[in-house]
Ligand binder design. Sequence first.
Ligand code: AMP
Ligand code: GLY
Length: 428
Amino acid sequence: MKILLIGSGGRENALAWKLAQSPRLSKLYIAPGNAGTSDYGTNVDLNPKDHSQVCQFLADEHIDMLVVGPEEPLVCGLADAVASCEATAHIPVIGPKAKGAALEGSKEFAKAFMQRHAIPTARYLSVGKDNIEQGRRFLDTLKAPYVLKADGLAAGKGVLILDSLEQAKAELAEMLDGKFGAASSTVVIEEYLSGIELSVFVLTDGSSYLILPEAKDYKRVGEGDTGLNTGGMGAVSPVPFAGKDFMQKVEERIVRPTVNGLRADGIPYKGFIFIGLMNCDGDPMVIEYNVRMGDPETEVVMPRIESDLVDLLEAAGRNRLSEKTISVSPQVCTTVMMVAGGYPGSYAKGTPMSGFDKVEGSLLFHAGTRHDGDRVVTNGGRVIAVTSLGATKDEAIARCYSNVDRIEYEGRYFRRDIGRDLDKYMSR
Ligand code: AMP
Ligand code: GLY
């Protein structure tokens, strides 16, 4: 089977690593990929926004399946384009069409979907310029802190959590005035949920589903969960506060109604659903949907999946997921994201990296890296995810940190406390 994988992050390196283990894979292309993905396939310079270029490549190379890593191409209709082009319409796409991708592309759509299908989530009001007064009154009914979300995609920056009511009202006006461009012409105001967050991943063909290993990620740049939000500084799977009872509630109250809701709404959906959840005193509440895998969660989810990923994805693409089960390793997987100094603010690119050959017992999933002649240089804020399996979380994390210390580049930074907050929930 020939597969084209779209994306260039640590998530795509982890997916490429896993796909490449399948005896069923004959050729893997990654567009555009990074210095790590080229170990598992051929990087190709395609622009995912150029749908006709992607369709041409799929047809010319006789690709059997398209796997889309990031959300943006899906929200922009890449899966629709592949389905509507005669030469590519037969190719299964892992990733929904634009209508389903609105679960991530529009917070207002996602909240209305959850309300319609009685899926537990925070109380909310969707506000535009025409009902800003109603928005202010809704804020008056809530307790601090106040959560304001830009409706559209805002590169992970569109959520504000504010302590004062005055500040929330001022920000609401600024957002509607274009603080995040068109993405905030509608703003979702939400009740604040307190609890502890985790990420749950589902693979679906639109009627059946498989629940993949869950994970916890570390979003803040600083140790002890301080400082600015990032794309993610590390991750751990499994999550000790997501036991069997909790995960059963997640499946019954959230996963099943989500998949059934999509079908009831006439939205065909093949691909991943990433459910950002809050564990509120043992009850799961949805914070957000994403229509892709998480990054860096994928880096800890893929190593725990024992089943053949090509097989599972093909079954999802061909409406045959009900025939499949998933086998998951009991081992703990952890990842530590090494980033460029300054990230998530401004940072250097093109910095030479070394030490890869000294790494022992960890997997390296490249994120922002590229080849520069024979060298590997940095090419983004999140640079490389050092990932390890272990019998216990402590064993896995110790392995990560021993190898983190072997990878060198100027200005490198990482959090030294990944997974430490979980000690209070651990039995192993
Ligand atoms: P989102 O982009 O919707 O995932 O929001 C980004 C982050 O803001 C989430 O990962 C949460 O940490 C936080 N957040 C979003 N919505 C809420 C909420 N209703 N209550 C508490 N925290 C929230
Ligand atoms: N790690 C969170 C995300 O991928 O959105």
